[in-house]
Each structure stands twice: as C-alpha cells, then as structure tokens.
Write a protein of this length. Structure first.
Length: 339
C-alpha cells in the first residue's frame, strides 16, 4: 500500500549552534523525509514494526503500539524507536526488551503539564512507514496538545550504523516559553557499568580535553552535559517535572558524541555540531540496573509552520578501548560535521 502526503514548507530555517542562531534559506535545508518530500514512496506494514539488517547489525524499529511475538516478545505500548538492537557478536538485545532505544520520549516547553502531555510522543497517533530495505520512518501527525508534526527517519548505513533524522513542523503557537524541547531516551538492559564516556572538561575550568566518565548518583541529579560554548538558557518552572532536562552536571563536552559499554559492546551516539545537543543520562531510567543514555534537542524562537531538522548517528560494535571507539567512529563524526 503506497501513501503520499503533501506538506507545505516554511519560508526560513533556523540553524541552532552552540553559540547562537543563524538563518538560512530553505534551499540549504534538504528535504530528507516524507514530511518534506511528497514524492517519497512508502508502505505501512500492519504489524507495527520493521527489521533493518546490514553488516553485523540488526535493528527492529517499532511504532508506539504493543508487540508480543517471536521478534519482539513482551514489547510494551508507548515505546517507539529501536525496540531491538543486536550484533553478530552479541545476540542479546542492547535495550530493555519491553522498552526501546532512540525512543522519542518528550515534547515540552519547560512548563509543568500532565504526564500524558509531557510524554505525548508515547501516546499520540504514530505511523510506521517503510521506505526501502534499509530505511523506515515514524510519522506523527500534529499531536493533540503541542500540535507538533514530525517524522523520524531511521536509515541503516552500509556498516550497520543508524542515521536518525528528525524533521518537525510546529503547527500552532502552543509553547509558552518560546522554545521547543525534545528528548530521546535509550534504555540499556543491565550493562556492567551505568556510566557514559565523552570528550570534555570540568565546567568553568581551563583544562585540556580529556575522557570524562559521566556518572550520576540518582535520577535527575547531575544528569545533563552541555557543550563547551553553549551559553543558552531556557526558562522553565522551578520544580519542572522532567528532572533530567535541566539538572546540569559539573562537566561540559568538547566533542558532540558519547558512548557507553554493555556486555563487551559499545553503543555510540554522535551528533551534528550545529544541533547543539545536550547529553543526558540516568542510572535507573529503565528500572533498577537499566540506565538511560539520552539526548536533548532544543528549538529556540520557533516559528509556526517552519520546518526544523536534526540529524544524529548511532553505532553498535565490539568494544576494545576508548581509542578504538574514537578511531572507528571518526568517519561518521566527520560526515556529521559536514552536514
């Protein structure tokens, strides 16, 4: 079954960088998903999930419906994204089987709302679109409260890396503080260590870039690491319910990527510099012993009807050393730096 959708694009695009905003014409913003390119053909599978396999990696992308079969046993409703991530050298799912990774979790504006609103991507209608053998999308019409329309494209590259592209369009002026906050979570199943690793330095200290061991004593404490030159501040309620979002750590990252290690495998998440991502973590986001290795994307000074775009990549590979992960991920990080 082929479906087509025509969506108007906006007049301008805002590029968010760690040091401020710059404006570009839409001709410089490529149309990468079915949200911006109505000529892309796709199918909608009845089962709500699709398997991507390339190189040594297998990923199962699911919408936010429940699944309980041989491919995704006991997968709970509300958790979209990569429900299963495995490797030829590690047959066990990296993610908590009932949850997911690269999971579209929150839309917010820093104001306290009902839980269903803060977790609206979990609850709002979502459609899985299979574009080709190695590419699927999760389309979400304008959500009931925030009125944010979006597509998340998951494309498996030749080496098994996953490129995730967000395109979104706010359809109404619903964000009280003038910005859009978006949050993705990856719930890791019982890793040996709960910590993450990134290249950075201690905040407010003149130190050279080094490997930082990112740890947090409990959920919502020292949870978020921002970039070295990121001076942005976002207004929010004093007791904002999503405690991971604004609780800053003692560190800043110098390079926009990080990884964690589970059962001898590294899960690497890499970002474009201009997207000014915030890295976040929780020691128990997926339950006791199941950390959440997360990230956030903010759209300041948003315009209704304007299309925004964020691109990241994730790798899953055997871990040997920090230096090996840095070396092997370098081509992907270089590619993201050129976007």
């Amino acid at each position: 079954m082929l479906r087509f959708k025509i969506v108007p694009t906006a007049v301008y695009f805002v590029v968010v960088s760690a040091v401020g905003l710059s404006f570009a014409q839409p001709s410089t913003l490529p149309a990468l998903t079915t949200l911006s390119d109505s000529s892309i053909k796709y199918e909608v599978p009845a089962g709500g999930y699709h398997m991507l396999e390339r190189g040594d990696v297998r990923a199962v992308v699911v919408d936010n419906r429940a699944v309980d079969d041989a491919v995704l046993p006991g997968h709970r409703a509300k958790y979209s994204g990569v429900a299963s991530l495995t490797h030829k050298q590690q047959a066990d799912n990296l993610f908590v089987p009932s949850y997911a990774g690269l999971n579209y979790e929150h839309i917010h504006d820093g104001t306290n709302q009902d839980r269903d609103i803060l977790f609206e991507p979990r609850n709002a209608q979502m459609e899985l679109r299979v574009v080709d053998q190695h590419t699927v999308e999760l389309y979400q019409p304008p959500t009931p409260h925030w009125q944010l329309e979006s597509v998340l494209r998951y494309a498996m590259l030749v080496d098994g890396a996953i490129e995730m592209t967000l395109e979104c369009i706010p359809r109404a002026k619903t964000f009280a503080n003038g910005y859009i906050g978006l949050f993705w979570a990856s719930y890791i199943h019982q890793p040996t260590a709960l910590s993450i690793h990134f290249r950075g330095h201690v905040d407010r200290k003149e130190t050279s870039t080094q490997w930082i061991l990112g740890t947090t004593p409990k959920h919502g404490v020292y949870s978020t690491h921002v970039g070295d030159n990121d001076t942005r501040s976002f207004q929010h309620d004093e007791e904002f319910a999503l405690t991971l979002v604004f609780n800053r750590s003692r560190y800043r990252y110098d390079e926009p990527w990080y990884f964690g290690v589970s059962r001898g495998m590294a899960f690497v998440q890499m970002f474009r510099p201009q997207d000014a991502i915030w890295l976040s973590q929780s020691p128990s986001g997926g339950g006791e012993g199941n950390p959440a290795w997360d990230f956030q994307y903010f759209i300041p000074n948003y315009k209704v009807g304007q299309r925004y775009q964020m691109i990241m990549r994730a790798m899953y590979l055997p871990y040997e050393s920090h230096e090996q992960i840095q070396r092997v991920s370098q081509p992907h990080r270089k590619a993201l730096g050129r976007e």
